[in-house]
Design a protein around this ligand. Structure first.
Ligand SMILES: [Zn+2]
Length: 285
């Protein structure tokens, strides 16, 4: 498994793009200096960083863009970051449950971030919480932008889960997010599965190679460890990170043991996040 340390990536490994080929420097004397230099440069040029705030709240930064996924911070017993300290440019909501939306309105109203959610949640945020910048979507829909040299698209994809809002309102249908970007420094695809059971249609996301798959492992409310391994086999990502675990005792998991299983049973590299510690995603240009 790979700890989320940028220095470890820069100092210890060579990333060979196209497929998943990591070699510890020194163990591969047959690698030509040109190959090593080329790929080390690609790692340093990666402008995508991933940060887990605990539970299922993530900050993904690509260039100047900060995508905040499912903000649940102030009442999150595992989180260290307060909602008032984050100023994202975009907020992505997977569904309406409190542990995914609790701080969305306060952050959006202060930061003026654009909130992406299903139509029902976007409408509810605007009507009941005066959120100004909302983009209501539905499964299969993609929002695209091209700004400051960064092409970004976010697609709302299905998840098997329920969705109701914190006041009991109908929350539409739960989803996950597929984030694609292309900049002068990098391009890549991230699949955040959201809260979901394992389902076979997940694998359609992998028609285009997925660089990072963020998959729930907590069980009880989402798929657990065994199904997350099967999901990783479906998606065949370069890297996989666990989410939606460890917040409360009912969803406690041993993430290190999960990582060992991932690496034994799939071709993906497991990255176990530490709360609030950024990890630079190596991506091929
Ligand atoms: Zn949840």
């Amino acid at each position: 498994m790979i700890e989320p340390s940028i220095s470890a990536i820069e100092g210890s490994f060579v990333f060979i793009p196209k497929r998943l080929s990591w070699f510890a420097i020194g163990l591969r004397p047959d690698l030509s200096p040109d190959v090593m230099r080329l790929n080390m440069n690609q790692i340093k040029n990666s402008d995508c960083s991933i940060l887990w705030h605990a539970h299922s709240t993530w900050s993904i930064r690509i260039g100047k863009i900060h995508l905040l996924i499912d903000p649940f911070l102030d009442d999150n017993p595992a989180a260290k970051t307060k909602a008032s300290s984050l100023t994202p440019s975009h907020i992505l909501i997977s569904h309406g449950h409190f542990d995914h939306i609790a701080d969305a309105a306060s952050i959006a109203n202060r930061s003026k971030a654009t909130v992406f959610a299903n139509y029902e949640i976007a409408t509810w945020l605007a009507k009941h919480h005066s959120v100004q910048n909302t983009i209501g979507m539905n499964h299969g829909g993609t929002f695209r932008s091209d700004q400051d040299g960064l092409k970004l698209s976010v697609q709302l994809v299905p998840a098997i889960h329920s969705s109701s809002l914190t006041d009991g309102s109908y929350g539409g249908t739960a989803g996950g997010w597929v984030i694609d970007w292309q900049s002068d420094k990098s391009s890549g695809r991230i699949y955040y599965a959201g809260d979901t059971a394992l389902f076979s249609d997940m694998q359609w996301v992998a028609r285009t190679h997925v660089d990072l798959f963020i998959v729930p492992i907590g069980d009880l409310f989402t798929m657990g460890v065994d199904d997350s391994i099967e999901a990783t086999r479906f998606i065949q990502p370069s890297f996989v990170m666990p989410t939606h675990y460890g917040t409360w005792p009912p969803i406690a998991q041993d993430a290190q043991a999960w990582a060992k299983q991932i690496e034994a049973k799939t071709d993906a590299k497991a990255v176990v996040p530490e709360i609030d510690k950024p990890w630079s995603l190596p991506v091929s240009k």
